[in-house]
Ligand binder design. Structure first.
Ligand code: P1T
Length: 385
C-alpha cells in the first residue's frame, strides 16, 4: 500500500495498518503472541515495543486500520466497548460534569451512574436529538458530552455537527459512540466530534466471537492522554482478538451493505404487519429524523426496534417462536439476533427512564444479519402468526 495514496474506504479496510511482515513476507499480520520484548541494554528496545500492555504489533496494526476507517489519525484498542468508554471517563476529574445522551446502551449508562458518579463525576442525561439541549444542560464544570447516534435501542438520531458546534462553543469535548452505524455509514470526526468510540464486539468484529472496544481521535494531546490511560489502567485486548478483528474489518463494507439491504426489507415487512404497532428504523420515511439520516449517514444500518401488539407475554411468545433470529444480547454479527431491551440490554436503566424513552414491555430489537432475506421474513411472519 502506497502511504501517500488516497485510497477509498474498501481498499483501506483490507490494507490500512498492514503490510507484508518484514522478516518473512507473510501477507497476513502475524499474531504476536508475546508479553514482552528483548532489550539490547536496559531501556534500549525497538520502539514502542517494551511490554505488550503498552504496545503489541498485532494491536498496532488494528489501531492503524480502525483510525484509517474513521478518517482519524490515531486508534486505540481495548478489551471491550465499556473499557474504551471508561478510558475516556478517566480523563475527567472529581467535580467535573458530563452530558450523557439519554438513550444509550444500558452498560454505558451503568458505567457513568454506578462507577464514575461515585468518583465525583456529575452527569445530566439529555435528549440530544435537540442540539440546544447542550446549552440548557451545560455548566461551567461540563467537560464531556457522550452520545450514541443512532441510539440503542430507540434508534434516535442526533445531529453530530450541531451538537459539536454547541459543545465546542463551551470548550466541551465531544465523544460519539458510533457502534450502531459503523464507520461504513457515518464518520463522526469529519462532522466535528473529538473522539469516536466503538464496541468492536459489534459490526467491526461482525462474527460474534470477540469482545472489544476502540477509540479514534485526531488531536495529539487527546491521543497522548488516552494512550497514557490505556497503558496505566491496562484494559487492552490480546493479540488473538486483534487478529480476529483485523480479519473482520477487511469485509466490513461488504457486510454492512448486506445488513442494510436486509434490514430495509425486514423494516418494510414489519411496518405493514397487523401484529406490529410501530417500527423504528432510520431508513423508513416514518422515522422522525429521516432528513438528518439522509444527510449524516450513507445508509440506515442493520438495527430495527419494533413495538408489538399486546403485552409482555405476547412479546415473549414472539421471541421464543423465532428460529433463525436467536434471542441474545449483542448485535452487528452476520447471524440475526433479537432481544427484549427492558429485560435484557437495558435492565440497568431505571424503569421510569425506560418508560420515558419508550423502552416498553412490548419493544423488541432486531439485529438483522446477512442471511437470505426471504428466510428472515418467513421466520418473522411465522413467529408473529
Ligand atoms: O459489550 P461491549 O463491547 O463492552 O460494548 C458496550 C457497548 C457500547 N456501546 C454500544 C452502542 C453498545 O451497544 C454496547 C454493547 N451493547 C450490547 C451488548 C447490546 O446488546 O446492546
Amino acid at each position: 500500500m502506497d502511504p501517500n495514496a488516497n485510497y477509498a474506504f474498501a481498499t483501506r479496510a483490507v490494507h490500512a495498518g498492514q503490510s507484508p511482515d518484514p522478516t518473512t513476507g507473510a501477507i497476513t499480520t502475524p499474531v504476536y503472541q508475546t508479553s514482552t520484548y528483548a532489550q539490547s541494554s536496559p531501556g534500549v528496545f525497538k520502539e514502542p515495543y517494551d511490554y505488550s500492555r503498552s504496545a503489541n504489533p498485532t494491536r498496532t496494526a488494528l489501531e492503524a486500520n480502525l483510525a484509517s476507517l474513521e478518517d482519524g489519525r490515531y486508534g486505540l484498542c481495548f478489551s471491550s466497548g465499556v473499557a474504551a468508554m471508561a478510558t475516556v471517563l478517566h480523563t475527567l476529574n472529581p467535580g467535573d460534569h458530563m452530558i450523557l445522551g439519554d438513550d444509550v446502551y444500558g452498560g454505558s449508562f451503568r458505567l457513568v451512574d454506578k462507577v464514575f458518579a461515585k468518583h465525583g463525576i456529575d452527569y445530566t442525561t439529555c435528549d440530544l436529538t435537540d442540539a440546544d439541549a447542550i446549552d440548557r444542560a451545560a455548566t461551567d464544570k461540563t467537560k464531556l458530552v457522550w452520545f450514541e447516534t443512532p441510539t440503542n435501542p430507540m434508534l434516535r438520531v442526533a445531529d453530530i455537527r450541531a451538537v459539536a458546534e454547541r459543545a465546542h462553543a463551551r470548550g466541551i469535548t465531544v465523544c460519539v459512540d458510533n457502534t450502531f452505524a459503523s464507520p461504513v455509514l457515518q464518520r463522526p470526526l469529519a462532522l466535528g466530534a473529538d473522539i469516536v468510540c466503538h464496541s468492536s464486539t459489534k459490526y467491526i468484529g461482525g462474527h460474534a466471537d470477540v469482545v472489544g472496544g476502540a477509540l479514534i481521535v485526531n488531536d495529539d494531546g487527546l491521543h497522548e492522554k488516552l494512550r497514557f490511560i490505556q497503558n496505566a489502567a491496562g484494559a487492552v485486548p490480546g493479540p488473538w482478538d486483534c487478529a480476529l478483528l483485523l480479519r473482520s474489518t477487511k469485509t466490513l463494507p461488504l457486510r454492512v451493505e448486506r445488513h442494510c439491504d436486509n434490514a430495509e426489507k425486514v423494516a418494510a415487512f414489519l411496518e405493514g404487519h397487523k401484529r406490529v404497532r410501530g417500527v423504528i428504523y432510520p431508513g423508513l420515511e416514518s422515522h422522525p429524523q429521516r432528513e438528518l439520516v439522509r444527510r449524516q449517514m450513507c445508509r440506515a444500518g442493520g438495527m430495527i426496534s419494533a413495538h408489538l401488539q399486546g403485552g409482555l407475554e405476547d412479546a415473549r411468545k414472539f421471541l421464543e417462536a423465532l428460529r433463525l433470529f436467536t434471542i441474545a444480547e449483542s448485535l452487528g454479527g452476520v447471524e440475526s439476533l433479537v432481544e427484549h431491551p427492558a429485560i435484557m440490554t437495558h435492565a440497568s436503566v431505571p424503569k421510569e427512564q425506560r418508560e420515558k424513552l419508550g423502552i416498553s414491555d412490548t419493544l423488541v430489537r432486531f439485529s438483522v444479519g446477512i442471511e437470505d432475506p426471504a428466510d428472515l421474513l418467513a421466520d418473522i411472519e411465522r413467529a408473529l402468526g
